[in-house]
Design a binder for this molecule. Structure first.
Ligand SMILES: C[S@@+](CC[C@H](N)C(=O)[O-])C[C@H]1O[C@@H](n2cnc3c(N)ncnc32)[C@H](O)[C@@H]1O
Length: 312
């Protein structure tokens, strides 16, 4: 498994100038490519939570807006060079695809993967934009922001012709003022940065505060890496504090740990999702799914584990 904080030098982007080029020609944040990680254990936790939230929104007819501030390319070939480098999906979605004993929240997510693959083989993986697009109704909107030019082009091509979807090359942390609140006052904000830059941790906290100040009742889903960094360790507590007394339905924090740190404390041990204003169904669904996932996705059974806590 590749550490998020190591991904930049290990995965140079062929679409960008060589890394020997001066740093100001190639901002480090543009080195991250989600294709190398698509379908891994972190995507499983994030995307099964996303599917649960979208299916909750679909229970009422009134339209909603989904805002994905860090959208990626939209979908990924699992047979491609990038996903094939470390085959991270084999430790994630690959362990779920053929099973017939999935907990309900995992089942709902895997059904969306089957729908996207249109056949018995797991060949491609839907990112958050495609999962949202699959679940959107005619009255709903999807707003996608992606800074990487190659991934933006792929995303824009994939979404072309869908009048419900808008795709922009933009810094997703800066779009909240224009996007919130949605006119229907129903919405879901997904914040899923690469955390390659340590400043992402502070920007995520700022984005949650801004989102809740504009749209207190909106659902916000934030993905967090479980890595051995002070910034990563402090962020969950800070997110909770930002939501307390502001988000009327409180918060939920869930963690899925699958492996031990490598030497010098490096590596992605697992990940967390923070949800502001979660539906009441999310905590029971995750509390049922996470012990099962911790067992099935464990790389190191001694350390694999889970947690799910809520404000209420
Ligand atoms: C973890 S990936 C997103 C994965 C996607 N949300 C999914 O679940 O399928 C993070 C993405 O954010 C992009 N990115 C990095 N910094 C950004 C920024 N400030 N604004 C918008 N996109 C950014 C990266 O190019 C990368 O594609």
């Amino acid at each position: 498994m590749q550490s998020l904080h190591e991904a930049m030098p290990v995965f140079p982007d062929p679409a960008l100038p060589p890394r020997a080029a001066p740093a100001w020609h190639s901002p480090p944040m543009l080195a991250y490519r989600h294709a190398f990680h698509a379908g891994n254990h972190a995507d499983v936790l994030k995307h099964l939570t996303l599917v649960h939230l979208l299916q909750h929104l679909n229970q009422k007819d009134k339209g909603y807006r989904v805002i994905d501030t860090h959208a990626g390319a939209g979908a990924y070939s699992l047979g491609g060079r990038q996903a094939g480098l470390h085959r991270e999906y084999e430790g994630g979605v690959g362990r779920l695809w053929d099973r017939d004993d999935l907990p309900p929240a995992v089942q709902a997510y895997v059904e969306q993967l089957h729908r996207f693959n249109e056949g018995p083989a797991l060949r491609r993986y839907p990112g958050s934009p495609v999962l949202a697009q699959q679940l959107l109704r005619a009255q709903d909107q999807l707003r996608l922001f992606e800074l990487h030019p190659t991934d933006h082009a792929k995303l824009a091509g994939r979404m072309r012709g869908d009048a419900r979807v808008q795709v922009q090359v933009a810094d997703g942390f800066t779009v909240l003022k224009a996007q919130l609140p949605p006119s229907t006052r129903r919405g879901l904000l997904l914040i899923d940065p690469p955390y390659e830059l340590k400043t992402d941790y502070a920007r995520v906290l700022g984005a949650l505060r801004e989102a809740l100040s504009r749209f207190a009742e909106g659902m916000v889903l934030i993905w967090l890496p479980q890595v051995q960094l002070v910034e990563a360790a402090r962020l969950p507590q800070r997110l909770k504090a930002a939501a307390v007394g502001v988000a009327p339905k409180g918060w939920l924090l869930a963690r899925l740990t699958v492996q031990a740190p490598r030497e010098r404390g490096l590596g992605l041990l697992g990940s967390l999702v923070f949800v502001a204003n979660p539906p009441h169904t999310l905590a029971p669904a995750l509390s049922q799914a996470l012990p099962w996932l911790a067992r099935v996705l464990a790389e190191d059974a001694r350390i694999a584990g889970w947690a799910c806590e809520t404000s209420g």
